[in-house]
Each structure stands twice: as C-alpha cells, then as structure tokens.
Design a protein around this ligand. Sequence first.
Ligand code: HEM
Length: 349
Amino acid sequence: MQHMVPTIVGSVQNMLEKWSYHEGKEIDVHEEFRILTSDVLSKTAFGSSYVEGQKIFEKLGRLLSLVTANNLRVDLPIIGKLLNYYTNSEADELEKEIRESFMQIIRKRIEKKDSGELNYYGSDYLGLLVAANQETDEEKKVTIDTLIDECKTAYFAGQDTTMALLSWVIFVLAIHTDWQEKARKEVFDLFDDKHPTTSDNNLAKMKIMTMIVNETFRLYPPALTLRRLVPCEVRLGKILLPPQSHIVIPTLVGHTDPQIWGEDVHVFRPDRFAEGVAKAATNTNVFLPFGMGPRICVAQNFAGTEAKLALSMILQRYSFSLSPSYVHCPIQSFSVFPQQGIPIIIHKL
Ligand code: HEM
C-alpha cells in the first residue's frame, strides 16, 4: 500500500492545481472526483494514466447505463422489440471494444516483460493477473476471459464507489462546517501543511476522519445492495432457500433502522462512531459499506487510504460550502451518486 501513496498524492496534487483557478467560485466536486479516482485506479492497478484509461471508463459507463436501462425497461410491443434490438447490438459492440482495449493493455504489459523493460509482469493488480494468465501450470492458469472480467470488475468496483464516497463526504462537510473544522484541525495536528503520509501509521490515527467517513458510509453507502446466488438448498432460520435463489441484501435498510441506531438515525452524527464501529449501534453486523464474508471488498484498505489522503489534502488548502445551485437528488447507478453533481464554493485558507 505504502508504495502507492506517492502516486495517489501526485494525482490529488494535479486535481488541486486545477482548483486554484476556481478559488472563490463554484466547482462540481463529483466531476473532479471522477477524474481523480479514474487516474488513481488506472495508475495504481493498471500502470496507465487516466488519459489511457479514459476510453475504457467511458465505454464501461455507457455499457452500465445500457444494462441499467435494460433492467428498468418496460416491454412495449413492436417499439420495445426495436429498442431492445438496438440496445443489445450496441451493448455487444461496446463489449467487443472494451475487450480489445483491455487486450491492448495486456499485450503492452507482456511486451514490456519480454523486452526486459520489466523484470516480471509488474506488482500492480494487472501484473498479478497477467502473471496468472501466463502460468504454465494449467491448474493455476487464469484464462484470458477471466482476466478481462477481473479487469472490468476492478474498473467498475474501484472507481465509481470511491468517487461516490469522496463526493458524499465533501457534501456532508460542506453542510456540517463544525465537522469540517474538526477534521481540518486533525489533519493539521498530524501533518501540518506537509503532504499526508502513511508513515507512523498516520492515517490510522485519524479518529475524526474515520468517524466522518463511517457516518457518510452509513447514510450514503455506495453499494445500496449486496447480492448472493444460493448454489444449493440452504436453510436460513425458518426459511428454506431453493437452489439458484437470488438474495438481495439492502444495505441502506440496515443502516437506517432506528431500532439499531437510535431515533436520530437520519441525523448526520459522526460521534456515534467515537468508540469504533462495534459500539456505534446495538447490532453493527448490519453496517456493510464493503460487504461481508468471503466476497468482502478486496480493496477496502486501498479505498480508505485514497479517500483519507485526498480529503486531507483538500482540507489543508480549502474551506468549502455548498453552492445554492445544489439540488439534492441521489440516484443509484452502479453506486449511489448525486444526479446533479455536488457544486461547492471553495475558499483558499
Ligand atoms: C469506497 C470505496 C469502495 C466501496 C464502498 C466498495 C464496496 C464494495 C462492496 C460492497 C463489494 C461487494 C462485497 C460483498 O458482496 O460482500 C465490493 C467488492 C469488490 N470490490 Fe470494492 N469497494 C470500494 C473500492 C474498491 C476499489 C478501489 C477496488 C479496486 C481497486 C475494489 C474492488 C473490488 C472487487 C474486485 C470486488 C469483488 C470482490 C469479490 O467478489 O471477491 N473496490 N466492493
């Protein structure tokens, strides 16, 4: 994790350089975080930059909106058939293009190894996957289709969610300026005006920031549902689940149950997490921002580090308030995101 910190800090610095032209003015942080999280993920997981990864992100985003539209589609005779035909063929075309884009990145990585530019396939996520694909032991080998699927998952799962988290944290801090001040004080106490680092376990010492992030996760969980497919007949308490049942776990329901969190469940109150997650409610097994069990998010530490570094660097430079043009309209796509963006006004400290 530590070796990725300079890359993340560099990407945040690039973003903040752009912000310097918006001081005293409005800026849509949701859009800013789209670029930041795409750049960080492209560089740390795939060894490329946002510019190279941009085409893939755009195509995956388009594919996602087609899939979402298809899921929500109302079947109409004739028109429905035409729409469906159009949508499916566009989705197929996109799938092909996305596959080709990943193949280019993969080929480039293999060439680097073969030409001696890299000793191995690289220590990032892509490097580990390519190494598994080049494995000569057939039992350990990962097929090219699996490799591409894993790349798609990481792109989707890694970018959209972190962008949503950062956006909602800035949103709540722009409204609750007392918590913005507390977080800023903690950042200055730990790092002064220097770049934040992970040395001395610094990020783990960020108590206020962790409380704010957890409370934001509770109210705005990027993943609104967790899903499981039941492989064989299973008894769950009094319910017998047949094989191939789909289970949907609605995270927000558990996160906003007054019997678990108290009557102030809809109030932004980070101090409920003051004693850690376990003591924040009567049953914190329902707190599932990263899921649970064997399929829990593989990158929760990475996401937490990226978010804390970016938020710290923003708090070191700017105070911010919500723009009057903001419209509260959270909507679910892959993650829950602010449909009209998050316009804030930034003031240099
Ligand atoms: C704030 C940021 C993030 C949130 C809230 C989040 C949340 C989640 C959730 C809820 C799941 C499903 C867990 C389950 O079903 O039990 C998941 C899975 C996953 N996440 Fe994340 N995630 C985040 C960031 C990332 C990042 C940055 C990456 C990659 C670099 C990533 C990669 C993955 C992968 C590959 C899986 C699938 C794991 C599996 O099926 O075994 N996530 N994430």
